[in-house]
Design a protein around this ligand. Structure first.
Ligand code: NI
Length: 138
């Protein structure tokens, strides 16, 4: 772990009370850890805005009975193979499949891949969860 520094923070009583309630709800054991996470959250957001490298996952649901759907999904993924690390396919029930794509790369490309999958007829829902590669946030 890197060197720890202490610094004082001045807050209005009401704001501090709300902060304490929030961190209790989120199961933080102390203010320092909650504050570290808030700072990291902002640093990661900045990385996304700058177009730095992100790590994340796309989860999407589709009906595999839809004609040509699997071919289209495969075509899109081959076009974005530069950012795709791995994919996992889960047969949810007789009709529905869940696919999870792990990715690393430019946030705009990650969003474009998500939009491309979403726009395929038969894809019912897709979410992109962007995180950090873990660099430059500690
Ligand atoms: Ni399936």
């Amino acid at each position: 772990m890197s060197d720890l520094f202490r610094f004082g923070v001045s807050l209005e009583k009401g704001l501090l009370d709300r902060f304490d309630r929030l961190i209790k709800e989120r199961n933080y054991t102390n203010r320092s850890e909650a504050l570290r996470d808030l700072i990291r959250q902002e640093l990661v957001k900045k990385q996304w805005q700058r177009g730095g490298e992100i790590a994340g996952a796309i989860a999407f649901i589709y009906n595999h009975h839809q004609r040509e759907l699997l071919n289209k999904i495969t075509d899109v993924q081959h076009n974005f193979q530069k950012v795709i690390i791995s994919t996992q396919h889960i047969h949810l029930d007789h009709n529905n499949c869940l696919e999870i794509i792990a990715l690393r790369g430019n946030p705009k490309v990650a969003q474009k891949l998500t939009d491309s999958l979403k726009s395929i007829k038969g894809v019912k829902h897709a979410t992109l969860s962007m995180s950090s590669t873990g660099k430059d946030i500690d």
